[in-house]
Design a protein around this ligand. Structure first.
Ligand SMILES: NC(=O)C1=CN([C@@H]2O[C@H](COP(=O)(O)OP(=O)(O)OC[C@H]3O[C@@H](n4cnc5c(N)ncnc54)[C@H](OP(=O)(O)O)[C@@H]3O)[C@@H](O)[C@H]2O)C=CC1
Ligand SMILES: CC(=O)C(=O)O
Ligand SMILES: [Mg+2]
Length: 558
């Protein structure tokens, strides 16, 4: 039971979780002693949504819209989620990528009210006490960042808090994970971003990043403290950590805690889903493709590793599957014995016995990929020339420009469709508008891990899944791709329409829960007879709760 149930008077209006604004009924206004604190006209939730959307649309720019949405979240959380759930297509680019990227860049200026916990390196030794300050007790999902690789924008330090806040809004908005279960968390270990260190509005510690043992001990203490405070089954989603920490922290914690790295594993899952849908258009088997990844970091390695698992399901050996995958990093094609080096263990799995090539255009000529997938965070790299080449040796080249935010995308949807004469299959990490080309409307899909992590979160918090094995991300990919209809494919969509996202997230959660029960990974017993119904009944709906004291076990009022 939440402490908020006992609010009365003005406090009811000041608490975003209990406030209904103008929707409070006369009975509620009188019983809660807020009569007169609101204008007399009583609005329906439908009218409140309409009024908010009207205001939102009249604002001058997306950053203002972001601020308006987040202040609604503070003021009236239920209405915020109603808005997000009923207008997902319109509001998602505001609370999430691309606008959240801009919001993080401006966080020092626009910060108004904390929406999560800030734990700094100076809290070392008493992280548990800081976690205990969070007012909710039953936290089941944490999204944590240290702000070192925020989207493709680099080190934004403490200002990266916008990302966990945005991700968790989607846990609720896209999957119906109750907001009170969710905790956005920033681990501030400093920043190496000189501009921020010299910015008087910067919100974080003014020091360079702590590294090495001190950093590792800090993360260790956080993991232990979170587990002690919120239970060992609390999901911890790592988000936007830099490459040099992401892989090793995942390897270190994945079997000890209920944790995953969204940039490696969530991205892998959404990309493999898009790939599985794409081959329904190109009519090739998975293993009959050549995949070229532009970028060889968390996202690309994650995608490659899961793709290998998917190809294994088609009967290929790991070795043969890896031969189908080529990576490009900042030094060019990833090949064995490259004189310029730069090969970590992850890249070595995909290093081919080839001569080094540095230019992407030359690499495309040499490899002749069927899939060109961008996740380098470097902005426009898929030039018209490259896209035309892709179309010259593929009837339906598959082009995924997955880098975020929009300014970092490898190409736009318009560029991809135009350069390939409307023949390509396209998806992007940040949304692009529909493209009208030669009399046809193309709907670009959003290849973003937001199709995956909310469903993973929903499965974990409802069925109390203890660990998240790699197989779950393959299952999520397969489930997502299976939900893509022929009608979706006909307009170029390799993901289900966002309008269905609530049900899509639940379908993913049900598939994951089935697997978890089969493999003894779910702690909720007994296993519900009907998982779909059980999960559905646990999905948050953005309906106002009963706040009439007469319906509570309420102490007598004076
Ligand atoms: N759509 C989605 O759901 C997701 C999208 N992303 C996006 O993907 C991008 C990368 O993220 P992530 O993989 O985590 O980042 P990493 O830092 O782990 O990897 C970036 C990779 O890009 C390579 N790179 C850098 N510059 C160039 C260049 N000029 N040419 C070729 N390769 C280059 C780097 O090379 P090197 O190894 O040599 O340094 C590295 O391999 C970001 O923009 C992020 O927003 C990430 C996760 C999810
Ligand atoms: C989408 C996401 O997680 C990223 O760009 O980092
Ligand atoms: Mg991310």
């Amino acid at each position: 039971m939440s402490y908020r149930r006992y609010l009365i008077g003005r406090d009811v209006l000041l608490d975003g979780r209990t406030d209904k604004g103008t929707a409070f009924s006369i009975e509620e206004r009188q019983a809660l002693r807020i009569h007169g604190l609101l204008p007399p006209s009583i609005a329906s939730p439908e009218l409140q949504v309409e009024r908010f959307m009207e205001n939102l649309r009249n604002l001058p720019d997306d950053l203002s819209r972001y601020i308006a949405l987040l202040s609604l979240q503070d003021r009236n959380e239920t209405l915020f989620y109603r808005v997000v759930m009923e207008h997902t297509q319109e509001t998602m680019p505001l609370v999430y990528t691309p606008t959240v990227g801009l919001a993080c860049q401006k966080y020092g200026l626009i910060f108004a009210k904390p929406k999560g916990l800030f734990v700094s390196i100076h809290d070392k030794g008493h992280i548990y006490d800081v976690l205990a300050n969070w007012p909710e007790h039953d936290i089941r999902a944490i999204v944590v960042t240290d702000g070192e690789r925020i989207l493709g924008l680099g080190d934004l330090g403490c200002n990266g808090m916008g990302i966990p806040v945005g991700k968790l809004s989607l846990y609720t908005g896209l999957a119906g994970v109750a907001p009170e279960y969710c905790l956005p968390l920033m681990l501030d270990v400093g920043t190496n971003n000189k501009t921020l260190l010299n910015d008087k509005y910067y919100l974080g510690l003014r020091q360079n990043r702590v590294t090495g043992k001190e950093y590792d001990d800090f993360i260790d203490e956080f993991m232990q403290a979170a587990s002690k405070r919120f239970g060992h089954q609390c999901l911890i989603q790592f988000e936007d950590f830099a490459n040099h920490n992401a892989f090793r922290l995942l390897a270190k914690y994945r079997d000890q805690y209920c944790t995953f790295n969204d940039d490696i594993q969530g991205t892998a899952s959404v990309a493999v889903a898009g790939i599985l849908s794409s081959i329904r258009i190109t009519q090739r088997s998975l293993s009959d493709n050549i995949f070229l990844f532009y970028g060889a970091g968390e996202a690309s390695i994650g995608m490659s590793d899961l793709l290998v698992i998917a190809m294994e399901r088609e009967g290929l050996s790991v070795e043969d599957a890896r031969k189908k995958i080529f990576l490009v990093d900042s030094k060019g094609l990833v090949v064995k014995n490259r004189p310029t080096g730069g090969l970590n263990e992850e890249k070595k799995r995909y290093a081919h016995e080839l001569e080094p090539i540095t230019q992407l255009s030359d690499i495309v000529d040499a490899i002749k990929p069927t899939f060109l997938i961008g996740a380098a965070g470097q902005g426009p790299a898929f030039t018209r020339e490259i896209l035309e080449k892709m179309a010259s040796f593929n009837k339906h080249p598959v082009i995924f420009a997955l880098s975020n935010p929009t300014s970092k995308a490898e190409c736009t949807a318009q560029e991809a469709y135009e350069a390939t004469n409307g023949q390509c299959v396209f998806a992007s990490g940040s949304p692009f508008p529909n493209v009208e080309y030669q009399g046809k409307t193309y709907i670009p899909g959003q290849g973003n891990n937001s199709y995956i992590f909310p469903g993973v979160g929903l499965a974990v918090v409802t069925c109390r899944i203890r660990h998240i094995p790699e197989e779950l991300f393959y299952i999520a990919a397969k489930t997502l791709s299976d939900l893509v209809t022929e009608e979706d494919l006909a307009v170029g969509l390799v993901y289900p329409s966002l309008e269905k996202i609530h049900d899509v997230s639940r379908s993913i959660a049900v598939s994951l829960a089935e697997y978890a029960y089969e493999h003894n990974l779910a702690a909720l017993y007994p296993k519900p007879d009907n998982l779909d119904q059980f999960i559905k009944s646990n999905q948050y709906t953005a309906n106002y709760r009963d706040v009439l004291p007469s319906k509570w076990d309420w102490p007598k009022l004076n």
